[in-house]
Write a protein that binds this ligand. Structure first.
Ligand SMILES: Cc1ncc(COP(=O)(O)O)c(C=O)c1O
Length: 376
C-alpha cells in the first residue's frame, strides 16, 4: 500500500470542473492584477477570519515582511519569535534589518512559551511574532496581555493555521496583523504561491494596500508615499482560492477525524509509550492539523522515517534544525542548548499523512508499520 505524506491530485479531481471554470472566467476578462476577484476573495477571508479587513499578498513570507514594513520595523529593532518554525518567520525579521530574538517553546503544543517572553523584552523590542505551528494556535491571551503592557505590535504567523481557533476566536483575529500562506500544501492551498494579511485597523489595511503596490498612493498611481514592493496576490490565485474556501471547513473536519482515528489506533497499539501524540493544549479550541506530528522517543525517529519510506509511507521532519542553530543566524550568537525544548522536539518530531482524502485502511497501515518498526 502507498500512503504519500500529501497527494493534492485527489483533491483536484473533486474540484477540477469548478476551479477550471473560475480560471476560464478570469482569463476571459484578462484582468490578472488585483481587481474584483482579489477584492471578493479578501472580503471572504476577512469574514472567515472574523476580521474587518484582509489584504491579499504574494506569499506568507511577504505577508510577514509587509506587516513589519508597514510598522516601520527595521535596523536597530528587535522582534521576538520562536526558534521552532519554518525559516520564513525569522527570515522575514532579519530581511528587514531587525534582530530576531528567540524564546523557547512549550512541549505540549510546540508553540512559543508565552511565560518566557517578558524576560526577553528590551527597549528595542517592537513586535512579537507567535507562530500557530502545525495548525494549533499559540497562547494568544497571554501574548496580547504582554503586548498591551509593553506597547508591542503582535503579528500572528498563521501560515499553517487558517481557520484554527483559540478561546473560540479565529487565528488572525487577535493580533494587529494575521499572516497566512496559500502555499499548495496548506489546508487552503493555491496553484502556486500566495498569502493574505488580516487586520481590524482601517489605517493598517490602507497602508498595507499601498505597501503591496510599491508604496503607491491609492488615488495617484505614480505618486509614492512609501517604499513598498510588489506584494500583490495574483487574481488567478484569488479565483482558485475562492472556490476552495467553500470546502475548507469540511477539509478541517476530515483532518480532525483522521487525527482522532490515529489516536484511537495508536492507543490500542503496543508502542503507545514509545511515541507521544500531538495534544490540543491549553485554551486552543480548534486544531486544523495542517500536520499531524508525533514525537518518537529513544532516538528512533530517523529509523522510523527510513522504515516507513521503505514500505511506501511518506513522512517528514518539520523541522530538523531549530532556527537559532542555522548557519545564517550564527551572527546572533546563539549556542546549542540555548532552547532545550526546541532542540529536543527537533530531534523527535515526525509528520505522518493526515490529509482529508486518506482512508481508514491507510491509517491502519501507518500505525501497524510504525508498531512493527519501533518494536524491532
Ligand atoms: C510557519 C510559516 N511561516 C511562514 C511561511 C511562509 O509562507 P510562504 O511559503 O507562503 O511564503 C510558512 C510556509 O511555508 C510557514 O509554514
Amino acid at each position: 500500500m502507498q500512503v504519500p505524506l500529501l497527494d493534492l491530485k485527489l483533491q483536484f479531481k473533486t474540484l477540477k470542473a469548478e476551479v477550471m471554470k473560475a480560471i476560464e472566467e478570469l482569463c476571459d476578462t484578462q484582468l490578472f492584477i488585483l481587481g474584483k476577484k482579489v477584492e471578493d476573495f479578501e472580503t471572504s477571508i476577512a469574514q472567515y477570519c472574523q476580521c474587518k479587513y484582509a489584504i491579499g499578498v504574494t506569499s506568507g513570507s511577504d505577508a510577514l515582511l509587509a506587516s513589519m514594513m508597514t510598522e516601520g520595523i527595521g535596523i536597530g529593532d528587535e522582534v521576538i519569535t520562536t526558534p521552532f518554525s519554518f525559516f520564513a518567520t525569522a527570515g522575514a525579521i532579519a530581511r528587514i534589518g531587525a534582530k530576531p530574538v528567540f524564546v523557547d517553546i512549550n512541549e505540549a503544543d510546540f508553540n512559543i512559551n508565552a511565560d518566557l517572553i517578558e524576560s526577553k523584552i528590551t527597549n528595542k523590542t517592537r513586535a512579537i511574532i507567535p507562530v500557530h505551528l502545525f495548525g494549533q494556535m499559540a497562547e494568544m491571551d497571554k501574548i496580547i496581555d504582554i503586548s498591551r503592557k509593553h506597547n508591542l505590535i503582535v503579528i500572528e504567523d498563521g501560515a499553517q493555521a487558517i481557520g484554527s481557533e483559540y478561546l473560540k476566536c479565529k487565528a488572525g483575529s487577535f493580533g494587529d496583523y494575521g499572516c497566512f500562506s496559500f502555499f499548495p500544501s496548506k489546508n487552503l492551498g493555491g496553484f502556486g504561491d500566495g498569502g493574505i494579511i488580516t487586520t481590524n485597523c482601517k489605517d493598517k489595511s490602507d497602508l498595507l494596500k499601498s505597501f503591496r503596490n510599491h508604496g503607491a498612493d491609492s488615488n495617484n498611481k505614480y505618486i509614492y508615499n512609501h517604499i513598498g514592493g510588489n506584494f500583490r496576490l495574483d487574481a488567478i490565485q484569488a479565483a482558485v482560492l475562492q472556490v476552495k474556501l467553500k470546502y475548507l471547513d469540511s477539509w478541517h473536519l476530515a483532518r480532525q477525524k483522521n487525527a482522532d482515528e490515529y489516536r484511537t489506533l495508536f492507543a490500542r497499539s503496543s508502542i503507545s509509550g514509545k511515541i507521544i501524540l500531538p495534544e490540543i493544549a491549553g485554551n486552543a479550541t480548534k486544531h486544523i492539523y495542517n500536520q499531524f506530528c508525533i514525537r518518537v522517543k529513544n532516538g528512533k525517529r530517523d529509523l522510523l522515517k527510513a522504515g516507513l519510506n521503505k514500505v511506501g509511507i511518506g513522512s517528514d521532519i518539520y523541522y530538523p534544525v531549530p532556527l537559532h542553530l542555522q548557519k545564517c543566524f550564527a551572527y546572533l550568537g546563539y549556542r546549542k542548548s540555548d532552547f532545550p525544548v526546541s532542540e529536543t522536539i527537533a530531534a523527535e518530531i515526525l509528520a505522518l499523512p493526515v490529509y482529508p482524502e486518506t482512508t481508514f485502511e491507510q491509517r491502519q497501515y501507518v500505525v501497524s508499520k510504525t508498531e512493527e518498526i519501533l518494536s524491532e
